[in-house]
Design a protein around this ligand. Structure first.
Ligand SMILES: [Zn+2]
Ligand SMILES: [Zn+2]
Length: 243
């Protein structure tokens, strides 16, 4: 009761605004981002690389299981990786606010985006566990939360999928991939991830969650650690990837 009243007063004094375009939200608009901004998100659709989900030219339409140049070149430890949308505009701004500006409440609409994607594109996916890309404890202390874990937890609750959070660890502190050259990115993450208890994942199929799939190096290194520890298949899902 008091909470509702307090909310009413706060909304009156500081009417809620869309977090990305700052327009005042209407009473019936309950999400922190307005519907116009949300509709601008560019979803990634096929044709895409069968392995990493990279969007391919429309000339690939109808090609059975096309594979992109990057996937043909290097070893991919994940079975399949996908990203919901292009890392740009509203999606980029929302992820930024969520991750760096401590707008934790945004995990709800971002999580819904992942859930919608799973029901549309991966409804037949059979996995034993869902797990987030871990943060190094130093970064976790700075940020206060692991953005990937909040998203994975929401999917876990909604799909009744067991969540695994302590097994995959990140003992080595690394420079963010975004700050490095392409060449440095390849070696930066080597050995950054470790599986603590391999018996927990042996022979199992896993779904790994992250916010952004930049070059895929993070997801790939996590997958490497999981597969080398005995996981049978690793699927990766991110909110966005740059194109
Ligand atoms: Zn807006
Ligand atoms: Zn690919």
């Amino acid at each position: 009761m008091f909470k509702a009243l307090f909310r009413l007063i706060v909304d009156f004094v500081f009417p809620p605004k869309c977090l990305t375009c700052s327009r005042f939200l209407k009473e019936e608009e309950n999400d922190p981002v307005c519907p116009e901004c949300w509709a601008e998100i560019q979803l990634i659709a096929p044709p895409w690389c069968e392995r990493c989900g990279f969007p391919l030219a429309s000339s690939f339409e109808g090609t059975a299981a096309p594979i992109c140049r990057e996937c043909r070149k290097g070893k991919r430890y994940f079975h399949q990786a996908r990203a919901v949308g292009i890392y740009d505009g509203t999606l980029r701004k929302t992820i930024h606010l969520f991750k760096y500006r401590q707008k934790e409440s945004l995990h709800q609409i971002l999580g819904e985006l992942l859930l919608k994607y799973l029901s549309q594109h991966w409804s037949d996916l059979k996995v034993d566990f869902i797990l987030p890309v871990p943060l190094h404890r130093k970064r976790l202390r700075w940020r206060g939360f692991n953005q990937a874990e909040l998203l994975a937890r929401m999917i876990s609750l909604n799909l009744d999928l067991p969540l695994l959070t302590e097994n995959l660890q990140r003992p080595r502190f690394t420079t963010p991939q975004i700050e490095l050259t392409k060449k440095e990115r390849l070696t930066n993450l080597r050995g950054a991830f470790k599986v603590r208890k391999s018996e927990e994942i042996e022979g199992l199929s896993l779904l790994l969650i992250d916010d952004v799939f930049t070059t895929g190096a993070t997801m790939n290194e996590c997958s490497r650690a999981l597969v080398e520890a005995g996981a049978s298949k690793v699927y990766c899902l991110a909110l966005a990837r740059p194109i």
